[in-house]
Design a protein around this ligand. Structure first.
Ligand code: UDP
Length: 240
């Protein structure tokens, strides 16, 4: 049988925005392929990886609400958008020869398994990547919060937050303020009181209450996913 020895397990949160690559299509296959190659490499090294992908490249509930739509319905659209990102990543993982399963919080049997935590752990132990789609399945939540919750439930060592175009947490927006200073390390409390852009407050609070470390790093820099799982000093580490 193919059960591997238990490797270190991580929950990787991927920016949905990064998936679009700035192009016209919702998903840029070249970007997804590059990410899949990096995930495949760490799985071959024996790490267990579960993934949550954002949906900002398709729909954000709050933005649709501002344009007059019902919030809960727009949030469901947002959740469905994340599933397309999951299927794209699954496809390129398969091309890399890495098995994967998509598990969704909203059941859609033709394209994904339902979310079954123990089964997700079993998949990872067999060397498969598990990709969690459709967020928590509940409006008013985010994929950041989903990533924190799933990380806790599958007993991941840390939440690795791969960001689009920024290499960590700064004291101001580095795109607007050239004097912004990057933090190498932060405590949960500082993130919350200074409202620093790590994840939404619900997600950060969940991590703090359960002492789940968060590493914020730049997703599309080559080799960064491997550096993150190896615990190299990149990005910003949020811990107690
Ligand atoms: N969403 C939700 N519940 C969840 C996860 C996501 O309602 O558990 C919706 C929400 O509308 C959100 C969208 O899905 O705006 C995309 O998710 P993501 O967290 O990526 O939003 P972003 O961070 O891009 O605003």
């Amino acid at each position: 049988h193919h059960t591997k020895k238990d490797g270190a397990r991580f929950l990787l949160k991927l920016s949905g925005e990064a998936f679009s690559g700035g192009g016209d299509l919702g998903v840029d296959p070249d970007v997804v392929h590059a990410i899949a190659r990096e995930v495949a490499a760490v799985v071959r090294d024996g790490y267990e990886i579960a993934v949550v992908i954002g949906g900002g490249n398709f729909f954000r509930g709050a933005e649709l609400q501002q344009r007059g739509m019902d919030r809960a319905r727009s949030d469901y659209m947002g959740m469905l958008g994340t599933v397309m990102n999951c299927l794209a990543l699954q496809d390129f993982l398969e091309k890399e020869g890495i098995g994967s399963r998509v598990q969704t919080a909203i059941t859609m049997g033709q394209v994904a398994e339902p979310y079954i935590p123990l089964r997700a752990i079993r998949h990872m132990q067999k060397g498969r990547v598990v990709i969690f789609g459709a967020g928590m399945g509940m409006p008013y939540f985010s994929t950041d919060t989903t990533a924190a919750q799933r990380a806790l439930e599958i007993h991941a060592e840390a939440l690795l937050m791969g960001k689009n175009g920024v290499d960590g947490v700064y004291d101001a927006d580095p795109k607007k303020n050239p004097d912004a200073v990057k933090f190498d390390a932060l405590e949960y409390g500082e993130v919350i009181t200074r409202d620093l852009k790590v994840a939404d407050a619900t997600a950060v609070t969940l991590c703090r209450d359960n002492e789940l470390p968060i590493l914020v790093f730049e997703l599309l820099k080559e080799g960064n996913i491997a550096r993150a799982v190896r615990g190299e000093k990149i990005g910003t580490l949020v811990s107690a």
